[in-house]
Ligand binder design. Structure first.
Ligand SMILES: [Zn+2]
Length: 412
């Protein structure tokens, strides 16, 4: 008898509740948009209904009678909120610092307007100062902020401290992840100029123990690209994948072809993130890579004070760049939503499943004459550009470029 009542409670009650929900219970109904949800293989004109902070239903022709707010998304994509897995958002008052400083950015100022509802901070903090990052930024942002924890205890201090191997403590890093398992999605290694493999190995060990990916930012001039890729495990993520700098050999060999060792790493399961930043993206690498089949898995922007004011700008601009380079729109949207969610093992995100958190981006593709610039100030042109019309974070409208959710004004 007891088990029967448990079954009723767990299965039947929610079904009854769902079927009894009427149109007037729907808070937001997005009508007539082109829904793109790779996880659920939805790619066509549908309506999306939101109740509270959750997706209630995705279907054709949902009745709009007595719905609290109807938004017409005709001609727009309706996607899961975009996910940027490479940002630096530990903003604070310290001048010329990424850690708690002015080189990082306040996420809500730059994300919501680009359709982004989730960012991953790429190791700006480590086990020593993650709690401060959480208290100071994560808890006070509308944007969902996740983190790769730097193996270096104090993160990106920009001085000798970030290279101190004694600070790269596997046990303390893993303990920090265990304390904040819903926020920390992996371990980052980067910005180490010594000639030991110890930092890389410790980052890899911490990631292994925590069963999360290692994120390789690879400002590691002493490690060759081959050595790095060889030491990465399936599911680990390398960023700045298309950079051309003296610190690290390019993915493209001198013969103009993607190096075989790169394809071997891809086959092994290493994931390639764009990591555009100020220096991490060059057309001379990215265009041959795209033509030869080395597509990025995700469009991490490496958002920071400098990249946003140079060729990078924002993740939508990177996506538009790939459109100008010839990538199909759906392939681009996949790499901005479901792919990054899977790469950080957060399959609750990056989709519009019924019951999922209502993080939604309405995106237009604008026609016009546009220019796109890489890290070397080289320019290509294109005639289409992605633009974020409206962003919803956990059921709340947090960005509305043209006021499509607002009340039409009439002078009385
Ligand atoms: Zn970075």
């Amino acid at each position: 008898m007891k088990s029967l009542s448990i079954i009723c409670y767990l299965f039947l009650f929610p079904l009854i509740l769902q079927n009894n929900l009427k149109a007037q219970d729907i808070d937001i109904l997005i009508k007539n948009g082109h829904v793109f949800d790779a996880k659920n293989e939805i790619d066509g004109v549908m309506d999306v209904a939101i109740i509270g902070d959750k997706v209630f239903r995705v279907a054709k022709n949902i009745s709009e009678a007595e719905v609290k707010k109807v938004i017409d998304a005709s001609g727009m994509y309706v996607c899961p909120g975009l996910i940027d897995i490479h940002t630096h958002v530990f903003v604070g008052s310290r001048p010329k610092k990424f850690v708690d400083g002015s080189y990082s950015l306040s996420p809500d100022d730059f994300t919501l307007r680009a359709g982004i509802t989730t960012v991953v901070d790429a190791g700006t903090s480590g086990w020593r100062n993650f709690p401060k990052f959480k208290e100071q930024v994560i808890e006070h942002s509308k944007t969902r902020i996740l983190a790769f924890l730097n193996i270096s205890g104090s993160g990106m201090t920009g001085d000798d401290q970030q290279e101190d191997i004694d600070e790269m403590d596997v046990g303390k890093a893993v303990k920090c992840i265990e304390t904040y398992p819903d926020i920390i999605v992996g371990i980052k290694i980067g910005h180490y100029t010594g000639d030991l493999w110890t930092p890389f190995e410790r980052a890899s060990e911490a990631a292994k123990q925590a069963e999360r990916p290692m994120f390789v930012e690879c400002h590691l001039p002493q490690y060759s690209l081959k050595d790095q890729l060889d030491r990465m495990r399936p599911g680990d993520i390398i960023t700045h994948s298309y950079e051309k700098i003296s610190e690290r050999s390019s993915v493209i060999g001198e013969d103009g072809l993607v190096q075989p060792l790169v394809f071997l790493a891809k086959e092994k399961g290493v994931l390639f993130d764009v990591g555009h930043g100020g220096a991490g993206f060059w057309f001379s690498e990215a265009i041959p890579a795209l033509k030869q089949g080395l597509l990025p898995n995700s469009f991490g922007s490496d958002l920071h004070r400098f990249s946003m004011n140079s060729g990078m700008k924002d993740m939508l601009n990177i996506m538009s760049k790939y459109m100008a380079m010839g990538m199909e729109e759906k392939d681009i949207l996949l790499r901005a939503t479901w792919n990054p969610a899977k790469s950080i093992k957060r399959e609750d995100l990056g989709n519009l499943s019924e019951g999922a958190v209502a993080d939604v981006a309405l995106i237009s593709v604008r026609d016009g004459n546009f220019g796109f610039v890489d890290a070397g100030k080289n320019r290509i042109t294109g005639n289409k550009k992605f633009e974020a019309e409206l962003t919803i974070r956990a059921g709340k409208i947090v960005w509305d470029l043209n006021g499509i959710s607002a009340t039409p004004f009439e002078l009385k």
